[in-house]
Write a protein that binds this ligand. Structure first.
Ligand code: NDP
Length: 428
């Protein structure tokens, strides 16, 4: 019997949970636990209705249970894990909860999987800030998130004999596995990696984010950075702009961002000389974001309002459309992948590995838009590989540290087929 505990029940979790439910030979029991239990109950009901609709099918059906949990509270998490007794815990709450959930997994001896690296919720906390400022100086990038917090658990996970699989979403996640796959099958050495994240979808709102607005806006309004010749090069936000013609989407402007998989790939792809990450944005999105930033709506520290403290970015989240609700409105496609340049048998070559995902197809299948879909599917695959013992090793690992082949096969099987293009157009 293989039981999974999934923490969080937002856009990404909704996809991962529905995919786990369709894969009931592996996930015989699914416990959905989140802050707002009614969301877990609603999803359970939706899935069970679908099970009922295929009454006569002999396909396996997972048992689904729901729980309320505050994932900021380690004792609550430990009590939950002890009650549920899962084989793995899949963290699809927010990056703020990574460390509390890892602590609880350690205490209970259960494997851990997530899709985003740790980020502090209160970036004004002096204790956190002192460590952050030291890291900025030592490493040379100023993003609020980095892997040092979670990599610090390596020895503890090794000693406990359990696995932590970090970054099993699309980017990080699939892009990292693409890198390991390219190295295994196409190159002797990879020198340049350009990760291109293109969302050609249109939801019809003047402004909305495709995943959690707070995490998304913090990421895209920060300084950009890339890895070159063994060190970080930091840029102003949106300082580096390029244009690229994406298959099935067309020409788009894209901007260089700091992104977390650059940090782990720089360690795990030997001989790599440069890694950059670009994301497409339309001018209207950038104008809205700049305006919100200029008026202080992206601030993450509390301000007094009518006698009580509010955090502006959290208030903004309450005003913006819920990313999980964008599914029915979003049309168009995403194209996310990596261009690799390196050497094979002494000759220089380039390949482009990418996936194209259609927002409306995702909506038809699971009621979600493609951003949640492209993250939720690899989260399920990561959990499946750990639970089945295929990607299981004591310690803390990024996805590119495991054999990429079973993950790449599973991507095709579970809805994210990929393409390898030889001689792609390069990004200057
Ligand atoms: P949502 O905001 O839609 O969902 C987050 C869920 O976590 C909600 O159900 C929320 O509960 C729950 N939650 C938040 N805080 C707590 C808490 N303290 N205790 C228990 N539950 C909590 O986010 P998304 O689904 O868009 O994103 C989920 C994760 O996926 C994020 O970490 C995000 O960074 C990551 N991600 C990764 C990507 C990748 O490619 N690697 C791409 C996109 C996202 P409530 O309903 O009460 O708010």
């Amino acid at each position: 019997m293989s039981k999974i505990l999934i923490i969080g029940c937002g856009g990404v979790a909704s996809v991962a949970i529905q995919k786990c439910a369709k894969c009931a030979d592996t996930f015989t029991e699914i416990c959905i636990a989140s802050r707002t239990k009614s969301k877990c109950d609603a999803l359970k009901e939706k899935i069970e209705k679908e099970y009922a609709a295929r009454e006569n099918s002999d396909a396996a059906k997972a048992i689904i249970t729901t729980e309320a949990v505050d994932a900021d509270n380690v004792d609550e998490l430990i009590a939950l894990i002890n009650k549920v007794q899962p084989g793995v815990v899949l963290n699809l709450a927010l990056p703020y909860q990574d460390l509390t959930i890892m602590d609880a997994c350690l205490a209970c001896g259960v494997d851990y999987i997530d899709t985003a690296n740790y980020e502090a919720e209160d970036t004004e906390d002096p204790k956190w800030r002192a460590i952050y400022e030291k890291r900025c100086e030592e490493k040379g990038f100023t993003a609020y998130f980095d892997y040092s917090w979670q990599w610090a658990y390596k020895e503890k996970f090794e000693q406990a004999g359990i696995t932590a699989l970090l970054g099993s979403g699309f980017d990080p996640g699939v892009t990292s596995v693409f890198s390991a796959y390219a190295l295994k099958h196409y190159f002797d050495e990879i020198h340049y990696i350009d990760i291109l994240d293109c969302n050609g979808g249109d939801h019809g709102y003047p402004f909305a984010t495709n995943f959690n607005p707070e995490i998304n806006l913090r990421e895209v309004s920060a300084n950009g950075s890339y890895w070159e010749d063994g060190h970080w090069v930091e840029t102003k936000p949106m300082e580096i702009k390029r244009e690229y013609d994406f298959a099935q989407v067309g020409r788009k402007d894209m901007y260089l961002l700091h992104h977390e998989e650059i940090e782990s790939l720089a360690q795990n792809i030997p001989g790599v000389k440069r890694i950059r990450f670009f994301m497409t944005f339309g001018q209207s999105y950038l104008t809205h974001m700049k305006c919100l930033e200029n008026v202080g709506m992206l601030r993450t520290d509390p301000v007094m309002f009518e006698g009580r403290e509010i955090v502006p970015i959290q208030f903004l989240k309450a005003l913006l459309p819920d990313p999980a609700s964008l599914g029915p409105r979003t049309v168009g496609k995403t194209n996310i992948g990596c261009i690799f340049t390196g050497v094979k048998d002494g000759k220089e070559k380039s390949i482009y590995i990418y996936n194209v995902c259609d927002h409306q197809e995702c909506y038809k299948e699971l009621g979600s838009q493609a951003i949640s879909y492209t993250t939720g599917v690899p989260a399920m695959i990561g959990a499946k590989l750990v639970l089945e013992g295929i990607w299981k090793r004591p310690g803390v690992f990024n996805v590119e540290e495991f054999d990429p082949d079973p993950f790449m096969e599973a991507l095709k099987e579970y809805g994210l087929p990929w393409v390898v293009e030889e001689h792609p157009a390069l990004v200057e």
